[in-house]
Design a protein around this ligand. Structure first.
Ligand SMILES: *Cc1c(COP(=O)(O)O)cnc(C)c1O
Length: 373
């Protein structure tokens, strides 16, 4: 096999036809309204409310600041937030940057989402909230989490960065918990270049988000919160409107890529695809596979290195655990979340994007399978 040139990266953003974006850019130019909730922003907010089945939705310049604003808008006393270490570093950073202490709960062995059977033993008088993550777009066990939260009177903020468009038993993921954060970064399956949103059923909470994302402003001369700036601009919103129009075809194409991976690799002993939670739909945001080095004969890192030799760049999502990142050295013990720790050593996310050629998928699979001993 030839080395891939250009290389194949783990993801590649889809883009709408440039003429359609050009048309919206012309509208923005003629309006001279570039940000602060212009026409594109208003249209996108309405469209996404409908798509996500949520009564209130606020747009942000990125998912991370959306998460920080949401934590701030919960108006919590200082204390602890129970979360997962098997996530993108943003989740943990948001908690810490908002002045809270993350308390790491282990994950379910099948789904790598927070394990609800292990949450309650971590609840203390200082616990203020629960912040689970829908890992790879696979929803958490939300019924169990929301039940625990209700019993202990704790808000639940879902990091739904991966879960755009996902439903479970006919309900969109944002119908659960106090609020959900979606990321619309270019690497996500739905994007606005950079961007994010918070969906919530709580009108007062949504009102607070307006302040936190815009310097505390609620009216011209009315500054109620010590808010920062996390507004989405018109060019981002225009990209979002067009990508929303093509979202169904995006998912269909990704589904075909995922099916090809499964077809090629499902018989390989020691290599496993992630199961899907019962009743959940998939958005094929990522293509994670895990290796059992005892059975497969090679470990995750060896597979990753092999692919690199051929110009194929998979990613070790999520490695390291957020709790063992250098900036948190000495503060947390990753051995207290052994399932998450093992996952971080054994999972590789393979290239996944809508226009990944099936012949490239075949090549990637051939290389992966060739690592088996
Ligand atoms: C992408 C991501 C974020 C951050 O979103 P940005 O839009 O990149 O700021 C947060 N959490 C998770 C799990 C993510 O994957």
């Amino acid at each position: 096999m030839q080395k891939k040139d250009p290389p194949i990266l783990v993801t590649r953003p889809s883009l709408p036809p440039v003429e359609e974006y050009d048309q919206l850019v012309r509208e923005i130019f003629s309006s001279r309204f570039l940000t602060n909730g212009g026409a594109q922003h208003q249209k996108l907010e309405r469209a996404l409310k409908e798509k996500l089945g949520t009564p209130f939705l606020r747009l942000f310049t990125n998912g991370h600041l959306a998460l920080e604003c949401a934590i701030q808008a919960l108006n919590l006393e200082p204390g602890e937030i129970i979360t997962t270490p098997f996530t993108f570093i943003s989740t943990t950073h948001a908690i810490v940057r908002c002045g809270f202490t993350p308390v790491f709960c282990d994950v379910e062995p099948d789904f790598f989402t927070i394990d609800p059977t292990k949450i309650e033993r971590l609840i203390t008088p200082r616990t203020r909230a629960i912040l689970p993550v829908h890992v790879y777009g696979n929803p958490c066990d939300m019924d169990a989490i929301d039940e625990i939260a209700k019993r202990h009177n704790l808000p639940v903020l879902y990091d739904a960065a991966h879960a755009f468009g996902v439903t479970i038993k006919g309900r969109t993921v944002s119908e659960f918990g106090t609020a959900s954060m979606f990321s619309f970064h270019a690497t996500k399956c739905y994007h606005t270049i950079e961007g994010g949103a918070i969906a919530t059923k709580d009108a007062a909470f949504a009102e607070l988000l307006n302040g936190y994302k815009n310097f505390g402003y609620h009216a011209d001369e009315e500054i109620r919160e010590v808010g920062g700036n996390a507004k989405m601009n018109e060019f981002q919103a225009a990209m979002g409107l067009l990508n929303l129009k093509y979202f169904d075809s995006e998912i269909e194409k990704r589904g075909k890529v995922a099916a090809r991976y499964r077809e090629n690799l499902s018989g390989v002993a020691g290599l496993a695809f992630r199961p899907v939670r019962e009743g959940a739909t998939q958005n094929f945001a990522y293509l994670p596979v895990s290796f059992d080095p005892q059975v497969f004969g090679a470990n995750r890192d060896q597979v990753s290195d092999k692919l690199k030799e051929y110009g194929i760049f998979a990613r070790k999502y999520f490695y390291p655990l957020t709790s063992e990142s250098a900036c948190y050295a000495g503060r947390f013990d990753p051995n207290k979340t052994p399932v998450a720790l093992a996952a971080s050593r054994n999972v590789l996310t393979l290239p996944m994007f809508a226009d990944l050629a099936l012949s490239d998928v075949d090549d990637i699979c051939e290389l992966v399978a060739s690592c088996k001993k």
